[in-house]
Write a protein of this length. Structure first.
Length: 253
C-alpha cells in the first residue's frame, strides 16, 4: 500500500515502428487544402509497444498486395508484416496478445486477422461506422478485414493498462482514436489519424494562420483540426501515422 501523498510510478514503454509499404500520393491527401500537386511516398506502418507484460500492436498496416486488391492503388513493399514483426521483436503474429485499432480503414487493419490470438480493441463509434460507412469514406472500409475478429469495444477515453491510454480523436472518422504511451521521454502519442509531421508543425506561410493542419481524409474538417491540435498540446512526442521520416527509426524514444 502506498503512503499518503505517494504516487505510483507508471511503467515505461518504447514504440517500435514497423514500416510495411509505400504508396505514392499527393501530399494534400494529408494536409487538407495545402501542398496540392506535391507527390510523396507515403509509408504504411504497424507499431509495436515494447516493455509491458502483454505483446501489443497498434494497427497492423497493409502491404502492396492489400492496396492493389482493395484500393486499386500501386504500392511498393518495404517488409511483409510477418518479417517486420520478427525482425523488430522476434515475434510471430500469433504471439500478439492485443491489437489496438486506431481506426478500421483498410490500411490500418489489413493484417489484423493474422494476429489470431489477439483481442482487438476499437472504439464503439468506429465499429458502428465501419459497418455502415458514409459514402465519402466507404471505399476505405473492407468488412472482410475486420469481421469475425475477437473485438473488445470501448466508448471514449480508456486506459488499456497503466501508462497506455486511448484518446478519442474524431474528425477523420467518428471513432478514430489516438494512443498515448508513457516513455522515458514523456508521453508519446500515436496520432491515429492519417497524418504526417506537417500536420502538427506546418511550414512557414501556413503556420502563421494555422497552428496545425487537419488531415485531408476526413468527415469533419473542424473536428479533425481540433483533434490534431489536442494531440499536439498533450504529447511530449508526437508520432504521425504516415510520417516518412520514421521509416528508418528503430525505436521511439
Amino acid at each position: 500500500m502506498m503512503a499518503a501523498g505517494e504516487t505510483a510510478l507508471l511503467p515505461v514503454y518504447r514504440i517500435r515502428p514497423l514500416p510495411l509499404s509505400y504508396v505514392k500520393l499527393d501530399m494534400d491527401t494529408f494536409t487538407y487544402r495545402h501542398n496540392s500537386g506535391v507527390s510523396m511516398d507515403v509509408p504504411i506502418f504497424a507499431w509495436y509497444i515494447e516493455g509491458g507484460s502483454q505483446r501489443i500492436l497498434v494497427d497492423t498496416g497493409a502491404n502492396a498486395e492489400h492496396m492493389a486488391k482493395y484500393r486499386d492503388v500501386e504500392a511498393d513493399d518495404i517488409n511483409s508484416f510477418d518479417d517486420a514483426l520478427m525482425a523488430k521483436t522476434g515475434l510471430k503474429p500469433s504471439d500478439i496478445d492485443l491489437v489496438i485499432q486506431t481506426n478500421l480503414m483498410m490500411d490500418h487493419c489489413a493484417n489484423t486477422r493474422k494476429c489470431s490470438s489477439a483481442r482487438v480493441v476499437v472504439q464503439q463509434a468506429e465499429l458502428e461506422f465501419a459497418l455502415s460507412p458514409h459514402p465519402i469514406l466507404a471505399p476505405m472500409y473492407v468488412r472482410e478485414l475486420f469481421m469475425g475478429l475477437s473485438v473488445q469495444v470501448v466508448d471514449g477515453y480508456s486506459e488499456v493498462m497503466p501508462g497506455i491510454e486511448l484518446l478519442p480523436v474524431p474528425g477523420q472518422s467518428p471513432g478514430c482514436q489516438a494512443v498515448s504511451i508513457n516513455t522515458s521521454h514523456g508521453k508519446a502519442i500515436i496520432s491515429g489519424m492519417c497524418t504526417i509531421e506537417e500536420n502538427f508543425n506546418p511550414r512557414a506561410g501556413i503556420r502563421e494562420t494555422m497552428p496545425v493542419i487537419p488531415p485531408g481524409i476526413h468527415l469533419n474538417a473542424v473536428e479533425a483540426f481540433n483533434s490534431v491540435l489536442r494531440i499536439k498540446g498533450m504529447g511530449d512526442i508526437i508520432i504521425p501515422m504516415h510520417e516518412p521520416g520514421l521509416v528508418n527509426v528503430d525505436s521511439i524514444p
